[in-house]
Ligand binder design. Structure first.
Ligand SMILES: [Cu+2]
Length: 167
């Protein structure tokens, strides 16, 4: 029993220290601070451009368009956060909120009242159906190990990830 407690405790400490490091992804930016606009196209299952070169502290407006035939996400985070986000997306699929090529927004609203994670409103991501456009303004202060990725079930695994170089 004692060993189990120690294991559980160390798992806790582990995930807490991860959480700390992992939140360094920057912050939502203000329209008046935008340094550059980058146009991004989402295909099945990749981004164009495939990688981004960003200066530390820069505020970028990403204008994202889904030109694919499936629902895609443009999510600014890091590998650990994507891993945490993926079960939420899976839950959206299981509840038939997130379909292959559409989103049931009415159902999403209803579910969000019961379970916040089903609302899918994060300032660091946009979830778009085919032909839909969206944008994010992101300030890359204190950002390290950023990955822009799609957490629609299966897409991350087949490599729908864009590398971000910060210098
Ligand atoms: Cu995708």
């Amino acid at each position: 029993m004692r060993t189990i407690n120690i294991i559980i405790l160390s798992l806790f400490i582990h995930s807490f220290s991860y959480a700390d490091k992992n939140m360094k992804i920057g912050h939502m930016g203000k329209p008046e601070d935008v340094d550059r606009t980058i146009v991004v196209k989402m295909y099945d299952n990749y981004y164009e451009p495939k990688s981004f070169n960003i200066k530390k502290g820069e505020t970028i407006k990403f204008e994202v368009e889904n030109v694919g035939e499936l629902v895609h996400e443009f999510n600014i985070a890091n590998a650990m956060m994507h891993k945490k986000h993926q079960p939420e997306m899976l839950k959206m699929v299981e509840n038939e909120i997130l379909l292959a090529d559409s989103i049931d927004k009415e159902k999403m609203k209803k579910m969000a009242k019961m379970d916040k994670s089903m609302g899918h409103s994060h300032s660091n991501s946009v979830l778009l159906v085919p032909s839909e456009k969206g944008s994010i303004i992101w300030k890359f202060d204190n950002a390290v190990n950023i990955e822009i990725a799609c957490n629609v079930p299966g897409h991350y695994d087949v490599g729908m990830i864009a590398k971000v170089t910060l210098d």
